[in-house]
Design a protein around this ligand. Sequence first.
Ligand code: PGA
Length: 235
Amino acid sequence: MKIIAGNWKMNGSRATLTAMMGALSEVKTENKVILCVPFTMIDTESSNNVQIGAQDISSHARGAYTGEVSGAMLAEIGTKYVIVGHSERRMYHDETNDIVREKAKMALENGITPIICVGETMEEKRAGKTLDIIEAGVRESVPEDVDGDIIIAYEPRWAIGAGVTPTAEEIATAHKVIADTLSYMGLDGTPILYGASINSENVADIVAIKNVYGVLVGGASLKIDEFVSIINNAN
Ligand code: PGA
């Protein structure tokens, strides 16, 4: 069983989500499928084989935080998963590991599984800092005393939307560092996804890499045929 999570970012509409849910209801798979959609679509009902998730959550419980959506509000409409610390949030909204950890904590307190993203920029990769960034990302973004499920996503920031992926060896090394860090934190067995430029052609090879429990898919999760092929090819 692999986890196939889609991240629609700020794309799609309720109509396109209805079409996607219809197509996915025909798919027979053992894999767990999660679709993280914009806030306005989260009330779409999850089906037997697709869970709907969010892409962000406030680090605050309630109060004067105009524009934010709290964990309790997400839980109230049945949200089971939320992406936290996606590189676009880190890049455009200055989210640090500390903020990401607070968000993950809010998710857990409300019974929502956070999908915590970590990954290096091209500049960090060139400077040979990839493994340090990933290790610190996990150590600092994962809350202490986790009570509930969490998922980690390794997303090399330079490969997102770029049509290129790291080599199998680079992915294996990154996932091993994440698995070891989680193990040190007492979180053995936490699923670790790979994300960035996943498509129906490369998914089988990538999920075959050790410590890769599934994928987080951006652009390709918006295309019905392509997303269905990714789910089918990930076995
Ligand atoms: P991509 O995005 O699949 O379009 O590269 C991945 C992500 O940002 O989660």
